[in-house]
Design a protein around this ligand. Structure first.
Ligand code: SF4
Length: 621
């Protein structure tokens, strides 16, 4: 990276085919890189993309996508964050930033109305996320927005993320490690340009109608009160809360570490991302005890369960203190918690000794040991270095049967729900384009119990029930497309996917009013399908097939233990759901490769030759 920058206009055809954010990023990524590129080499690129509604009054259009080839998984790297960074990039006049090469010394990018500058950042080396943000805001003013990496990324922790507004993390798939490999500590943006939409009156009327739908939705009040943290209690009641590394689905201390306990004891006030109708985030403060003085924003459900139920610890404040260390170091809390809880199960089974664990007593619930191990991972010190490349690589290094205990798909660690109790989520994680990931589909419809709607929409009454397999292929396909829409608008999934308040026709109307481009509902849905298929083609080109669309052995073969209510005795029958999913997608059922007719229908003919060149024989059929 030399600091040289050039600007090109956004191609309206690309905007209609891929919408923005995640879609435009992946479309550009596969054009920019040699697919076999080493993710941490200068030849890899890092894309920063925002959606066409970012910075407008559209509710929750606040997000920003970071996309690259992942150093953690070796496949697609893509992660997004809310807060205020995305809109600011739009105010500076940019839809997408493409970062190539490697800076000769530690640097940061400063993007403003006047252009892009590469500035020295050697004085920021080793600073944590909060310290970095403070230092850069002091330099560029408090109206600037900062996306930065912490010390973990500088030390090459493969699951390090890019953090905006302190704790708004694009945490997954190691985008922080890619940014650090480019010699970049941060991106600072300050934009003051006016943002205009094509048809202001129509746009405002559509946004008001959407706001009204959100405000009257039954999910509105619970989300304002607790955000996603209510899932600790809800999943525990359903018997599928990740507990002691998925050994069981109920945690005896769930009430003490729940979102309700957090709200009652520690909440200070609510908080929202830019232009959001739902202030689902919170500030909290610990006022007494050994962690007194700890203040932060959040956490989301994943961060809350990460260092409590997943590691068997019933001390809420201790869990939040560990999460704070993880966040400030700039690491993905899901991956970190999996690595730690995996080590604890290996310790319990005698696969690793106390000596190998640097003398730590990794007994379930030992919050002090958990905190020390998280620090060791962040600094790649001792046993922490074994875990710092992710759980798949840790299991490969440790061996001795630990591979069967590593809870990941395609190298990406699984979140805080036990997938034996959520069959649609299980399928979604198995097929997700960035590895084990709930956020590529979030098929929450399976929790509704609305059999009539399930039959009407997905052709199977069972689709509305979390422990049933039938119909889940079609449910996951639909929600994957809603998530692709949210990620490409760079708006919030809480509304678009979970509440389902923006059908494709309405999305097209809003996009037309905002951009003046001739979007229609069918075209928007096709764009979402195209995004999923381009991501799949990228994975197929790298060798991913049906055999890789799987789940850890525990979920497929070990029934959920007794004591977990209706979930007890359950495993995931993946094959049946995969057949249905591939058929719904128009992919070859035997291999999971998109068929030629599907690619042609979506205007992705270029992939036919590209995949054939890479030895994918099925592609011409
Ligand atoms: S619902 Fe929550 S996460 Fe989503 S945009 Fe609003 S405040 Fe942010």
């Amino acid at each position: 990276m030399t600091g040289a920058a050039s600007v090109e206009p956004l191609d309206p055809q690309d905007a209609m085919r891929y919408i923005g954010g995640r879609g435009l990023n992946v479309a550009r990524l596969v054009r920019e890189i040699d697919l076999d590129v080493d993710p941490l080499s200068p030849e890899n690129v890092l894309l920063v993309g925002v959606g066409p509604l970012d910075g407008t009054l559209f509710p929750g259009a606040a997000r920003v996508n970071f996309t690259s080839k992942s150093p953690q998984t070796g496949i697609l790297g893509d992660s997004n964050a809310g807060g205020f960074f995305g809109p600011e990039l739009k105010f500076a006049g940019y839809d997408q930033v493409i970062i190539r090469g490697r800076a000769a010394r530690l640097s940061y990018l400063f993007i403003s109305d006047d252009g892009v500058q590469l500035l020295p950042a050697e004085d920021l080396a080793g600073l944590d996320v909060w310290e970095t943000q403070s230092a850069l805001l002091a330099r560029h003013g408090r109206r600037a927005q900062v996306a930065c990496v912490g010390p973990a990324a500088e030390r090459g922790v493969k699951f390090s993320g890019i953090f905006c507004n302190l704790v708004r993390a694009a945490a997954r798939t190691g985008m922080g490690a890619v940014m650090a490999s480019k010699g970049l500590k941060a991106i600072v943006v300050r934009g003051t340009r006016p943002l205009e939409v094509a048809s202001p009156e129509e746009f405002l009327a559509l946004v008001k109608a959407l706001d009204a739908r959100i405000l009257s939705h039954p999910e509105y009040k619970p989300r304002v009160a607790l955000g996603t943290t209510r899932l600790v209690s809800a999943l525990n009641a359903a018997g599928c809360l990740a507990t002691r590394h998925f050994k069981t689905g109920r945690f005896e201390h769930a009430a003490e570490v729940s979102g309700e306990a957090l709200a009652a004891r520690l909440r200070v006030k609510g908080k929202a991302c830019f232009s959001c109708t739902i202030p689902c985030s919170r500030f909290f403060e610990v006022k007494s005890g050994p962690h007194a003085g700890l203040k932060s924003e959040g956490p989301e459900f994943e961060g809350l369960a990460a260092f409590t139920s997943r590691v068997g610890a019933g001390d809420l404040e201790a869990g939040l203190a560990t999460l704070d260390i993880c966040n400030r170091a700039g690491m993905d809390a899901i991956a970190t918690a999996e690595c730690v809880s995996f080590a604890m199960e290996c310790f319990e089974r005698g696969i690793i000794s106390r000596e190998e664990a640097d003398g730590l007593d990794l007994t379930w619930g030992n919050s002090d040991a958990v905190r020390t191990l998280v620090r060791k991972i962040a600094s790649r010190e001792g046993f922490g270095d074994v875990l710092a490349d992710g759980v798949r690589e840790a299991a490969r290094r440790i061996g001795r049967g630990s591979e069967d205990l590593a809870m990941h798909v395609k190298g990406l660690e699984l979140f805080m729900a036990d997938l034996r109790g959520l069959k649609g989520y299980a399928l979604g994680n198995a097929v997700a384009s960035r590895g084990g990931d709930h956020l590529r589909s979030e098929p929450s419809f399976e929790l509704t119990g609305d059999a009539e709607a399930a039959e009407r929409r997905f052709g199977a009454r069972e689709a509305a029930f979390r422990l049933e397999h039938k119909g889940k292929g079609r449910v996951v396909k639909h929600f994957e497309e809603l998530c692709a829409l949210a990620d490409s608008l760079d708006a919030c999934k809480n509304t678009i996917a979970n509440m389902e308040v923006l059908p494709f026709d309405d999305a097209a109307n809003i996009l037309r009013a905002a951009t003046g481009l001739e979007f229609d509902g069918a075209g928007v849905q096709a764009a979402c399908e195209r995004i999923v298929n381009v991501e799949r083609c990228f994975l197929v080109a790298l060798g991913i097939r049906r055999k890789d669309d799987t789940l850890p052995k525990r979920f497929r073969e070990e029934p959920m233990p007794a004591g977990c209510g209706a979930t007890s005795g359950s495993t995931v029958a993946l094959d049946e759901m995969l057949d249905e999913y591939y058929e719904a997608r128009g992919w070859d059922v035997a291999t999971g490769v998109p068929t030629a007719s599907t690619l042609r229908r979506l205007g992705l003919d270029d992939w036919l030759g590209r995949l054939e060149d890479r030895g994918v024989p099925q592609i011409r059929q």
